[in-house]
Design a protein around this ligand. Structure first.
Ligand code: PNW
Length: 504
């Protein structure tokens, strides 16, 4: 008898607790925006049609298929150059407020320069923008998501200071052609990634000169960004009244213990990976983070270089770059643990040696299908708070967040990832008062995942690469994201989406 009462009480308590979990509805404010993202080389295909010029990714994947995990390339990719109307249908189905896509520079300017503007390239993006607007979806345009015209790479690409002017010329064409209908612009996607991996590593163009070319690249990208912001202010802002920002990627850097050494190492890592681009743009004093200047200057001297491997801005450049944003695009995927490195006496110039830290990830963090990407939602909240505290609480648009998994339509792990990261984001906004105006899931579709080819799938929609029509099929996560985008709230029947998680 007694036992039965206890069981009944426990059952009541259990069901109440459960009810309160499933009934807790987390909602984002009325003005909060939801969107999804893609990038030109990763989805468009049509690499050599209708007047498009060659990009560094075309050249690199054609010359070095062996460097890409599945020996693939973006020649056809998701064929979005032909199928953009289907993509817009999917966006409509998802109920998103905006679509973040990128423009292929060599599709607009096949020679890299403005002496030759490709009409069909302009036509394509006009059609896409008009189709979006007909469906009440706001276009958010990235000017540069890594597909540099090959011809400019022959001049040294981003290591050459003249690139800043050529990029501003290109931006001018974009403002002229599309600025009447595009209100949100991002100059660059993740300079950290394409400078470090492209000029100091294995991504296109395969520079592999870490500690030199990566810093030159970063320098000229920052100069280019400043010029484009000034251009918009001087010639377009009054008439077009849009917003111009830049997207920086921030992986959260957590000290491995609470010791001072580990905390210092984590802060150094944040300054090298994020401050590199954020400090010149977002702080009152501008220029590179002092810790970066100090460490690279000292290492360069010790290594007998005549001058620092980190270039110097002129004072005019510092002024121009400082404050050159209307909003900050932020990409976040994962977290690393940080401790001091043992590179203090290294004679080898490299970004890693200059930063001088060791990073790792915890074995217990849930895995994705990408080696670097572990599921750590609390790192997102910490990253947003660090940005808020370090850069005077700027307006942030989360321009990418997502997870790669194996192919398949049943993806409760993706649902779980989105749910966890959106809860962390909700805390950052409503508990910590971070100013975040919207959230973008990466990606709308499976796509060409750079050096990993088609082996890592980030899409809410699966793409069948065996089918000539590149059939797109919604995953479980698409219906979950739709529920969020259309209501502004995390669904309270979450459990229906993840019930198989444990056995999956
Ligand atoms: C982004 N990290 O790169 C890019 O903007 C996308 O083009 C890409 O498809 C997507 O992430 C998925 O890889 C990142 O180490 C690469 O934290 C690495 C990191 C973050 C973003």
């Amino acid at each position: 008898m007694k036992l039965q009462i206890i069981v009944t009480i426990l059952t009541v308590i259990w069901s109440r607790t459960n009810a309160s979990i499933t009934n807790t509805k987390l909602c984002f404010g009325e003005n909060f925006r939801f969107g999804v993202a893609t990038a030109s080389y990763q989805i468009e295909g049509g690499w050599n049609v209708s007047g498009k010029g060659e990009s560094i990714w075309d050249r690199y994947t054609h010359e070095h298929p062996e460097r890409v995990f599945d020996h693939n390339n973006g020649d056809v990719a998701d064929d979005s150059y032909q199928r953009y109307k289907e993509d817009v249908k999917l966006l409509k189905e998802l109920g998103v407020n905006f679509y973040r896509f990128s423009i292929s520079w060599p599709r607009i300017l096949p020679t890299g320069f403005i002496n030759d503007v490709n009409k069909d390239g302009i036509r394509y993006y006009n059609d896409l923008i008009d189709e979006l607007r007909r469906n009440d979806i706001e276009p958010l345009v990235t000017m540069y998501h890594w597909d540099l015209p090959q011809i400019l790479q022959e001049l040294g690409g981003w290591t050459n200071p003249v690139m800043a002017d050529y990029f501003a010329d290109y931006a001018k064409v974009l403002f002229n052609e599309f600025g009447d209908r595009v209100q949100f612009w991002l100059t660059f996607n993740e300079p950290l990634s394409f400078c470090q991996d492209g000029y100091g590593g294995n991504d296109a163009p395969g520079g592999q000169a870490s500690g030199f070319e990566d810093y030159m690249c970063g320098h000229n990208v920052l100069r280019a960004h400043g010029k484009v912001y000034t251009l918009y202010n001087k010639e377009y802002r009054d008439q077009q009244q849009g917003s111009v920002g830049i997207t920086l990627d921030i992986a959260w850097m957590e000290p491995i213990t609470t010791s001072q050494e580990d905390q210092d190492a984590a802060e150094t890592a944040r300054q090298f990976t994020y401050g590199w681009f954020a400090h010149p743009i977002l702080t009152d004093e501008g220029d590179y983070p002092p810790i970066m200047r100090k460490r690279i200057d000292e290492n360069s001297k010790r290594q007998n270089f005549a001058r620092s491997r980190l270039p110097q801005f002129t004072s005019e450049e510092i002024q121009e770059i400082k404050g050159s944003f209307d909003f900050l695009g932020l990409n976040h995927y994962t977290t690393f643990m940080v401790s001091p490195g043992d590179n203090k006496t290294s004679t080898v110039p490299s970004f890693q040696n200059d930063m001088g830290v060791k990073t790792s990830q915890k074995a217990e963090w849930p895995k994705s299908n990408s080696t670097w990407l572990k599921v750590v939602p609390w790192g997102f909240r910490k990253a947003l708070n660090w940005v808020k505290n370090t850069y005077n609480n700027p307006n942030i648009l989360v321009t990418e967040n997502g997870i790669s998994l194996h192919p398949g339509l049943h993806d409760p792990k993706r649902v779980n990832y989105i749910d966890g990261y959106l809860r962390a984001l909700h805390d950052a906004i409503y508990k910590d008062k971070c100013r975040v105006i919207g959230y973008t899931y990466w990606s709308l579709l499976d796509n060409f995942e750079w050096m990993r080819g088609y082996s890592e799938r980030f899409g809410l929609y699966e793409v069948d690469y065996e089918s000539p029509s590149r059939t797109r099929t919604p995953r479980l996560s698409a219906s979950y994201f739709r529920a969020i985008a259309t209501t502004g709230c995390l669904p309270n029947d979450y459990i229906n989406y993840v019930e198989y998680t444990l056995t999956d």
